[in-house]
Design a protein. Structure first.
Length: 377
């Protein structure tokens, strides 16, 4: 839902960011407002809060939100939410336009190519693709029946008729394969194997990818090599809603009765903000670990680590000015030792951010690497 580096291009009337030259006509012809429902929730990236905007009650405010470079939530709680206030979990949205423009530029499409979009959402992205490539070149898949139906109606009303498929994006869409490009509009924790099989060799897959440790994502662009393999570099930090079948299920805290061990550590805690470099890089090693940072009233911070595979947790409490920090651990895995090895690796590597990291995907899973595919993490 957000974007780091500024993209190159030219101004497009109405948008406060440049758009790549070959995409500018599409952005000029296809307003985002055509694809938004009457009630939306404008999301503030600084505060993380969403506020309702009802077109019937405040058309000027609704139009201003539609034209702003912000993400807009269009569904909460898989459609179970009722009322005008924000729900619990946003489950469908219109991404911030600068990110949409950046991702389409990264996709490197050319006339004559066939594109499979994973996650139709409002339909705006599919309309931009259809404007550029033609209706028959674009297939878009959406798992939510109500979201898919609304997007199809909005696309038709705007004059576009790409292939709108209601189904599970993890399966791809075999009838339209092979595709030259696949673009995902939700975050992944694993790459579905059908995507590799349905992309021609030399084609590209562009998707937000991350781990449960970091929660945030980075945009990765993979080149498909055939035989179910693909590889490529991460492009920039982003944050997206997660693929429904790959959402995090928090582990249950182990029941009382086991042994909790204690010791001290002299390690320092790297910044764990949403787009700080350590959590994303660390997650590529701690892929089956989830974390939470608990702030205390006295300014201390406790880093909690939970295993997703065995009953185990660790907690380390850090106080500024102290050289030793209390660590507690429980269960069949020494999570704190795993964390410290990861921290040492990251610092020895020069504290890399996403721009130095990459991903190789094979039929049996994914492998991350630093600087070069030969330097696996």
């Amino acid at each position: 839902m957000t974007l780091a580096p500024e993209q190159k291009g030219r101004p497009v009337q109405g948008w406060p960011f440049p758009v790549a030259e070959d995409w500018a006509p599409a952005f000029e012809a296809v307003p985002r407002a055509l694809f938004l429902p009457e009630l939306v929730w404008a999301h503030d990236m600084a505060t993380g809060r969403s506020r309702p905007v009802d077109r019937g009650a405040d058309e000027r405010g609704w139009l201003a939100a539609a034209a702003a470079d912000i993400p807009i939530v269009t569904q909460w709680d898989d459609g179970e939410h009722r009322g005008t206030g924000p729900g619990t979990v946003p489950t469908s949205s219109a991404s911030m336009p600068s990110l949409v423009a950046a991702m389409l530029a990264e996709l490197q499409v050319e006339p004559g190519m066939r594109v499979l979009e994973q996650g139709t959402g409002t339909g705006w992205n599919a309309a931009l693709l259809a404007h550029r490539l033609g209706d028959d070149a674009v297939t878009t898949v959406e798992i939510d029946a109500a979201v898919s139906a609304r997007a199809r109606a909005a696309l038709h009303a705007a004059g576009y008729r790409p292939h709108v498929v209601r189904g599970d994006g993890a399966l791809g869409h075999p009838p339209g394969a092979p595709y030259d490009r696949i673009i995902a509009t939700y975050g992944l924790r694993e790459f579905p194997r059908p995507w590799m099989e349905q992309t021609r060799p030399g084609g590209l897959i562009l998707a937000p990818f991350g781990t449960h440790y970091s929660n945030a994502d980075a945009l990765v662009r993979l080149t498909v090599h055939g035989e179910g393999t693909a590889s490529g570099r991460f492009r920039r930090p982003v944050e997206f809603m997660k693929m429904r079948s790959q959402r995090l299920r928090w582990p249950q805290h182990p029941a009382a009765g086991g042994t909790v061990t204690e010791h001290t550590t002299t390690a320092t805690l790297p910044a764990h903000g949403r787009f700080d470099p350590f959590p994303f890089a660390a997650g590529l090693r701690l892929r089956d670990v989830v974390h939470a940072v608990q702030p205390h009233q006295d300014g201390a911070r406790t880093l909690w680590l939970y295993s997703l595979t065995v009953p185990a947790w660790a907690a380390a409490t850090f106080r500024d000015g102290e050289s030793g920090h209390r660590v507690r651990q429980y269960g069949g895995r020494r999570l704190w030792e795993d964390f410290e090895r990861t921290l040492t690796w990251w610092r020895d590597a020069g504290e890399p951010g996403v721009e130095r990291l990459g991903l190789t995907v094979a039929p049996d899973g994914w492998t991350a690497w630093l600087d070069d595919p030969a330097r696996t993490i």
